[in-house]
Write a protein that binds this ligand. Sequence first.
Ligand SMILES: [Zn+2]
Length: 312
Amino acid sequence: MNTALYFDELFVEHDTGDSHPEAPARLEKIVHHLRYQKMWHPYLQEITRRATKDELRRIHSAAYVDQIERACQSGLKQLDADTWICEKSYEAAALAAGAGLQAVSAVMNGKFKNAFCIVRPPGHHAEHNKAMGFCLFNNVAIAARELLQVYELNRVMIIDWDVHHGNGTQNVFYDNPHVYYLSIHQWPLYPQTGKLEEVGVEAGIGANKNIPIQAGTSAEDYLDKFKLEIEKSFNYYQPEFVLISAGFDAHVNDPLADLSLQDHDFYEMTQFVCEMAGGSAKGRVVSFLEGGYALTALADSVEAHIRALNSA
Ligand SMILES: [Zn+2]
């Protein structure tokens, strides 16, 4: 078994209100589907810890971490127009970040070849000191920082194929040459960042790559561009570890965007990334669930993602 899955029922208790697209039903559907496909128990690992405040502070300001904790405890329902919380949300978000830390450790120690963290709230829009776009803590960024600080790696690549640009992840590593951030996303679209010319600043120049895709682009054209740019980036950067911000909202059925991918395209993308990661990164890949709002498409695409990870 190559692949570990990380999930906890607490992620379902992160309540975003009655009609929010980032709903608990997303994970319920995924879990139900994976159980039905007999892809659950052999892969499922228990998440044994939350990210500590110190670990969260490696990406977020201390004031922000405390603010989120207090807001959740106070019973506040909404941080901004998009980002809803409940009393369990701080714990769920800290556990989601903890899942990433545990996954990275298991892969670094050779226990698994790769892993997928089936978590919510998602993370890639969360900024240093601001919640945004359904995200509280930036799970993938916290995992990247762990690889640099604890495992002393020098080159970590984050591939973000959620249909929205991961402004939070880009910003926290924008001047950092040790994290290469590559995002392919529909543009223009929320959050409006992620232009081609956003390439990093100072020492980070050249370690930030945006691939904006127009609404209505065919899956074939998307995949051609994806593969070309990923291959160029691997050849140039030679990452030691690969993290994926895996949103599934570029699916043709997704209500929040206008791209045309299907379930099997996510298989192909995952397989391609794993193949590339087989070089300098020794196959080490940890993936995080970000978006994906058409429930059946989401569950089928997640299945394809896991099948490709496990056959890597
Ligand atoms: Zn998204």
